[in-house]
Design a protein around this ligand. Structure first.
Ligand code: ADP
Ligand code: MG
Length: 554
């Protein structure tokens, strides 16, 4: 038998997380948590001692112990300023996310009856280098081997592609708890190609909840006649948060929903209607439509002017207003596609493909005397060699030969950010020159030439900046540009001002950035792989790993 490890797919969501794998028939299935649910709230409660409680119970505790509970930590992934402090200890977003992963994995191990070590974790398409790196580090802290960080809409499209054997251009409209992603993807039985991606990482179900919380606070003022802000009270706020989410969910199934709460010592009763709810959240829904239009305009520039279908994923697409509004806007079929599970299932399919391809490469290497790392693309391998290797792998894994051969779908992603470097004009004004623009297909490479600014300049500091602007020239502004990495290029002595330099950025298939800078007269080179930009440093990482080993997660 093969020693190949099964790779599980994890949707590490802002509000809910989910873990899936392929069953013995090759069908993706979600594993239940110890509470018997298919999704787990991404909520962490720091209990006494070294105990952390994740999920439903943590969410329920948020009302009693608001200071000990962390929600929406994914919004802080890769944020250098985020630190959660509790009982004299501090935690980065990576570590808190690691506890969520540990809970998912521990429960899935019970359900699957096997040890889980190898995973693919998904992240929103708009995640930049820092956020993706932070996600991978969360896996590492949880003691997992992370094979890939896969974009959520791509994962959803993979799951859809597996369930639908048609060639289509689909829009994945993913409205989750804290994020909105809109992505155009071409799906066929041979490949999955992301064309354009857009969205807003601060728009999700939580904003719909906030609108309701605001409405409840208004009701309090109207009914009590007082003007104080009941939301300033943490307990009340947490109670209203839960009430808002529950009422919202009820309104997805019913036209009306009673809601009552204690605010400022008074009992407030109100009846919500779906109509009122739609009215107070209409601006949020409109924002998703406007972001969709922006994305379509980008796609049109790339020659994609039409699409066949809209896939609704993410829990918030269960609100009837979403499908209704999209139907009004676009005349294509709108399908709710497994909104809670599609992303985890797609990640599981992708993980399985990675594992099978790895095994195929090993078998081909054995047959041809090559090294497995040197076999880049299994589809380029001689047919007879492939057939034999596929049979061998199928035998080892207990899969059909077709299932082994079918694992080789090509997946092309686009990069969701632009990357540039800072430059000065002859008046000394700083700006950013983008080398790679967002929505470029991966892998990609781009170079540009710059020059030194003074005579006998000793060094040049090359900074790599990430931004969301799809144009070459970007104003220098710290709010627009995130520093991803930097490197110093030594310049040979006595070079005049204006000596040429060439900077090259290379992005790999999985969105990792490599930078090379060359001083052209004498070919002095610096080479930098951007992977140290992760927000958690090596020391903190080691400490988090150790602490995570000792934490009891339930
Ligand atoms: P994420 O991936 O961001 O964690 P999910 O896709 O799991 O998010 O969606 C979670 C969001 O979906 C939450 O805001 C939740 O309140 C909302 N949601 C879940 N079920 C429903 C429902 N039946 N009606 C309306 N909203 C829902
Ligand atoms: Mg999601």
């Amino acid at each position: 038998m093969s020693d190949a490890k099964k790779i599980y797919g994890i949707d590490l969501g802002t509000t809910y997380s989910c873990i899936a794998c392929l069953d013995t028939h090759g069908k993706p299935v979600v594993l239940k948590n110890s509470e018997g649910d298919l999704t787990t709230p991404s909520v962490v409660f720091f209990d006494e001692g070294d105990n952390v409680v994740i999920g439903k119970t943590a969410k329920e505790n948020s009302k009693m112990y608001p200071d000990a509970v962390v929600s929406f930590v994914k919004r802080s992934m890769g944020d250098p300023n985020y630190l959660f402090g509790y009982q004299g200890k501090t935690y980065r977003a990576e570590e808190i996310s690691a506890y969520i992963l540990k809970k998912l994995v521990a429960d899935a191990e019970q359900e699957a009856g096997e040890k889980i070590t190898d995973v693919v974790i998904t992240c929103p398409a708009y995640f930049g280098i820092n956020e993706k790196e932070a996600t991978a580090k969360a896996g590492e802290i949880a003691g997992l081997k992370v094979h890939s960080i896969l974009a959520e809409p791509t994962a959803a499209a993979i799951a859809w592609g597996k369930a639908n054997d048609e060639n289509k251009v689909v829009l994945v409209y993913d409205l989750g708890g804290g994020t909105f992603d809109i992505t155009m993807i071409e799906v066929s039985n041979k490949k999955i190609e992301v064309i354009v991606t857009g969205g807003d990482h601060n728009l999700g179900g939580k904003d719909w909840d906030d609108a309701l919380i605001g409405y409840f606070a208004d009701q309090y003022r109207q009914q009590s006649g007082k003007q104080d802000n009941i939301l300033a009270e943490l307990d009340t706020y947490q109670e209203l948060q839960n009430l808002a989410e529950n009422s919202k969910k009820t309104l997805s199934a019913r036209e009306k929903c009673p809601a009552s709460f204690i605010g400022g010592g008074a009992k407030i009763k109100t009846e919500l209607t779906r109509e009122k709810f739609n009215e107070i959240t209409a601006d949020l829904l409109e924002r998703t439509i406007s972001l969709t239009r922006d994305m379509l305009a980008e796609a049109a520039k790339k020659g994609f002017k039409k699409f066949d279908e809209i896939l609704l994923v993410g829990g918030s697409t269960k609100m009837p207003q979403v499908g209704e509004r999209l139907k009004k806007e676009f005349s294509v079929p709108i399908n709710s596609f497994d909104p809670d599970e599609a992303v985890a299932k797609g990640a599981a399919i992708f993980g399985n493909d990675l594992m099978v391809n790895g095994e195929l490469k090993k078998a081909i290497a054995e047959a041809t005397g090559k090294k497995a790392e040197d076999i880049k693309d299994v589809s380029q391998v001689d047919a007879a060699v492939m057939e034999k290797a596929a049979q061998k792998v199928a035998g080892n894994l207990g899969f059909s030969v077709d299932a082994v051969k079918g694992a080789g779908k090509t997946i092309t992603n686009v990069i969701s950010k632009s990357f540039g470097t800072d430059v000065y004009d002859n008046k000394g004004n700083k700006s950013v020159c983008n080398l790679i623009l967002k929505n470029t297909s991966l892998p990609c490479e781009a170079s540009d030439e710059f020059c030194t600014s003074v005579n006998n300049q000793k060094t040049v500091l090359v900074e790599i900046l990430e931004n969301e602007i799809g144009e070459k020239n970007v104003p220098w502004d710290e709010n627009l540009n995130i520093l991803i990495g930097q490197a110093v290029l030594d310049i040979p002595p006595n070079m005049p001002a204006g000596s040429p330099l060439r900077v090259t950025f290379k992005l790999s298939e999985d969105g990792r950035l490599d930078m090379e800078a060359v001083e052209l007269s004498q070919n002095g080179k610096i080479h930098l792989t951007i992977q140290t930009s992760s927000v958690i440093n090596a020391e903190e990482l080691a400490e988090a790993k150790l602490r995570s080993c000792n934490m009891k997660v339930s």
